[in-house]
Ligand binder design. Structure first.
Ligand code: NDP
Ligand code: OXD
Length: 317
């Protein structure tokens, strides 16, 4: 390739898992001959690319990629990215992919059903050799509250409502969603929590949401409520969650994310009898759909159009 090729075939640098990278290269070769995907190499032409696809970008990104115009995150959450260090002209784009959404919907449905059917309690009873039936409550009598009514929260809300649960959701801006009761902003948080038996967190991690799930918030839920966290570990004050479980304020928790990942083997939430934990696998980006989103985004940018799912840097998500 000559230097002119980078002008006629803009470079997209790829810095992620090489096995998945093979799928990315295949899709770009077959479906985007107008672009050129190159694997990250700090000393090679990738460093001159206008576009980067990564979960973990190179250190000191503005210096490592001086021509960068858009950073495409391989995941939906961008809280781990050094957004503040990037020039304002660099767009940060999060991943929105039907497969990623579908997997999250499965996880939330699984977790809500598990909590609705008292699975953490029965696991504890089984471990103690006890056979302790509890009354079976109809779904219509268990209220599910979803924090975050974005791409994932709305899809999860619809799926959960399909089982007959009364579903409510909370977001920053007001929304009208068929069959879902909606609440917006900090002023409405108390009312939202007061009618939530199973709380699902699908918020992005921002300065406004970090540590939001704390003792004060748990105390606004009905006694015996349960928690699903598939957002980020940083949303939860873990010591407060442990205290709420030990004190009976919360009846169980299903956690896909923890403040430190991987957590130490001795982490008290992993050992807690009323907690079921999964290792940040609620959902995952699938390479083919992700590659196509990036191709669409780069082409839009080259045409001078907005890139879909670019974050609002002032809001942090
Ligand atoms: P979106 O950006 O589409 O949605 C975010 C939602 O959160 C919006 O409804 C937004 O409100 C709301 N929100 C943000 N800040 C606040 C606030 N301060 N108060 C109230 N509501 C707020 O994100 P996604 O749905 O795509 O993803 C959500 C998160 O899920 C990701 O950021 C990531 O952390 C997590 N995730 C976890 C995965 C896992 O495997 N565990 C996989 C993928 C994502 P509004 O609509 O008004 O803007
Ligand atoms: C994501 C994740 O944000 O996997 O996509 O957590």
């Amino acid at each position: 390739m000559t230097p002119a090729d980078a002008t006629t075939h803009p470079l997209v640098a790829y810095k992620s898992d090489p096995v998945r990278g093979a799928v990315w290269h295949d899709i770009f070769a077959r479906e985007a001959p107008d672009l050129r995907l190159v694997d990250w190499d700090p000393h090679g032409e990738a460093a001159q690319a206008r576009y980067l696809v990564a979960w973990t970008p190179p250190e000191d990104l503005p210096r490592a990629m001086p021509r960068l115009e858009a950073l495409f995150c391989i995941g939906a959450g961008i809280d781990h990215l050094p957004v503040g260090e990037l020039p304002r002209t660099v767009q940060v784009v999060r991943m929105v992919d039907p497969n990623l959404t579908a997997s999250m919907v499965e996880y939330v449905v699984m977790a809500v059903l598990a909590l609705h059917r008292d699975l953490p309690f029965y696991r504890r009873e089984q471990a103690a050799g006890r056979w302790t039936p509890r009354p079976v409550l109809p779904a219509t009598e268990r209220r599910v509250g979803i924090m975050g009514l974005g791409v994932l929260g709305q899809a999860a809300a619809r799926a959960v409502a399909g089982f007959g649960f009364p579903v409510r959701g909370w977001s920053a801006s007001a929304k009208a969603l068929d069959g879902i009761e909606t609440f917006a902003g900090d002023a409405a948080l108390g009312d939202f929590l007061a009618g939530t038996d199973i709380l699902v967190c699908l918020l992005p991690l921002t300065p406004a949401t970090r540590g939001l799930l704390d003792r004060a918030l748990f105390s606004r839920l009905p006694p015996g409520a349960a928690l699903v966290n598939a957002g980020r570990g940083g949303h939860v004050v873990e010591a407060d969650l442990l205290a709420a479980l030990d004190g009976g304020r919360l009846s169980g928790a299903i956690l896909d994310v923890l403040a430190t990942e991987p957590p130490p083997a001795s982490h008290p939430l992993l050992a807690h009898p009323l907690v079921m934990a999964t290792p940040h696998v609620a959902s995952a980006t699938q390479p083919a759909g992700a590659a196509r989103q990036v191709i669409r985004g780069v082409r839009a940018h080259l045409r001078g159009e907005p890139i879909a799912h670019a974050i609002d840097r002032s809001q942090g998500y």
